[in-house]
Ligand binder design. Structure first.
Ligand code: SF4
Length: 450
């Protein structure tokens, strides 16, 4: 029996994915493996034979959200939802392991992030069916992406052990994915209509360090660019740590036309004392020099960063220092986090934890400043003529508009371009004049095909 229920009906799974883009990729891979085994997907939980919930545990609030979503399913009396077996995957099982079996009897099986390739046999066991698991080179790179942008994971885990972060305990030591499988996946994606490849990992800049071939991210970018070039595609890299910005990488970003001049580089803080306490390198002076160098060497560079406030022992002055720093650098986009005391991390045991109210106030101050920076940066593009990759279409009061994004707008994180008139298909690249902006959004007037 292959993916069949009662001998004749296809088994159907309802997926819930929480957390970041890396989790989206992991869900996509499980979806692909199950599809090959003959398991279908359904859009509503009522139609499903079982549910896969791919969880996030990066922060305590994310863990809580993952568990609440699971319990909500298990306690849902409507249409027999509570009877559907739930398989919990990803970061929550990776972080809490066997503890969960007693804590969450509602869950039929737990699958850690590094065990997700076994999803077909887990489903077989849970549903008592005999699905055939096929893992070949093709299935290792199989994806089910529908949009024009696709995340591609180039590594997992992290060796940096920032004192506030649970990722190394959840995802393990840093391990690069081999170049061949990355390129095969990229090749399949662009051949299937994807026009933007977004390379992700917890720490993309050190890709290759643990592989015997001796290659680095700059080398990988050239390989990936070769795959997307025949299709006029773009390559974007996210999550580069400051120390990962080598001369070779800067040169690759500047000289490979497909690689977008967009750098996402989380600094978390700029104060040297706070950075050391976070077990991170750098200082305001070093970071300032780095960003000045990047801006001078990569024309038109757009910068995204992450700031973390309320770390144990952070003073008001140190928090203000971060605020002044992001203003001085002029980041185009900034994600702001208030420190969260995470079980098992070094920072959770530190004295001088900051009270919640102060953390919220500091985060809000930083958000206010960075939002204005972001709005100003977006507005600064008004008047430019740019290529816009069409993502889809949205209904408006007067009809519809095309929605797309440019090289300086990362999918899912930054704003979009709204085109009120003209015709184009999803995946087309059109030439637009940017005529107006609101918050992070831009209005474009279509001039023709790019
Ligand atoms: S580099 Fe990022 S993923 Fe790695 S430990 Fe630090 S915050 Fe966590």
């Amino acid at each position: 029996m292959c993916g069949l229920r009662n001998g004749d009906t296809l088994l159907r799974c309802f997926f819930i994915t929480l957390g970041c883009a890396k989790n989206e990729v992991d869900t996509d891979r499980m979806r692909a493996l199950l599809q090959i085994a003959g398991v279908g997907e359904c859009e509503s939980v009522e139609d499903a034979d079982f549910v896969i919930i791919n969880t996030c545990s990066f922060l305590e609030v994310a863990t809580r959200e993952s568990i609440e979503a699971t319990l909500e399913l298990a306690q849902n009396d409507a249409n027999d939802v509570r009877s559907k077996p739930i398989i919990m995957c990803g970061c929550v099982p990776s972080r809490y392991g066997m503890e969960l079996i007693d804590e969450l009897p509602e869950v039929a099986a737990f699958v850690k992030a590094d065990e997700e390739d076994e999803i077909v046999s887990v489903v077989s066991k849970v549903l008592d069916v005999n699905l055939i698991s096929m893992q070949t080179v093709e299935t290792n790179t199989l994806r089910t992406v529908e949009g024009v942008s696709a995340y591609v994971k180039i590594s997992d885990g992290c060796d940096r052990y920032c004192s506030f972060c649970a990722i190394p305990y959840i995802r393990g030591r840093y391990h690069s994915r081999d170049a061949l499988s990355i390129c095969q996946e990229v090749h399949a994606l662009v051949a299937d209509g994807v026009r933007e490849i977004v390379l992700i990992g917890q720490d993309t800049g050190v890709w290759g360090n643990d592989l015997p071939e001796g290659h680095d991210l700059a080398w990988l970018l050239r390989k990936v660019a070769q795959e997307v070039r025949p299709y006029g595609g773009w390559v974007r890299v996210l999550y580069l740590q400051p120390e990962g910005m080598t001369d070779r990488l800067v040169d690759a970003m500047r000289s490979i036309p497909e690689v977008l001049p967009y750098i996402d580089i989380p600094i978390q803080h700029c104060n040297e004392r706070v950075l050391r306490s976070m077990n991170r390198k750098g200082s305001a002076k070093e970071y300032r020099e780095l960003f000045d160098r990047l801006k001078s060497e990569i024309p038109g560079l757009v910068l995204r960063t992450t700031g973390l406030v309320g770390f144990p022992g952070e003073t008001d002055e140190e928090s203000e220092e971060l605020l002044d720093f992001v203003q001085a650098v002029g980041f185009d986009y900034t994600s702001v986090f208030a420190y969260s005391q995470e079980d098992g991390t070094a920072a959770a045991k530190m004295d001088e934890q900051i009270d919640e109210q102060t953390k919220v106030e500091r985060a809000q101050r930083l958000i206010d400043v960075t939002e204005q920076l972001g709005f100003d940066s977006t507005a600064s593009h008004v008047g430019e003529i740019v290529d816009v990759l069409i993502d889809g279409m949205e209904a408006t009061d007067t009809g519809y508009e095309l929605i797309g994004h440019t090289w300086f707008q990362a999918p899912d994180s930054d704003g979009a371009v709204h085109i009120e008139s003209g015709e184009a298909c999803v995946g087309d690249k059109v030439r637009c004049k940017l005529t107006d902006s609101f918050c992070y959004e831009l209005v474009g007037e279509m001039l023709g095909n790019a």
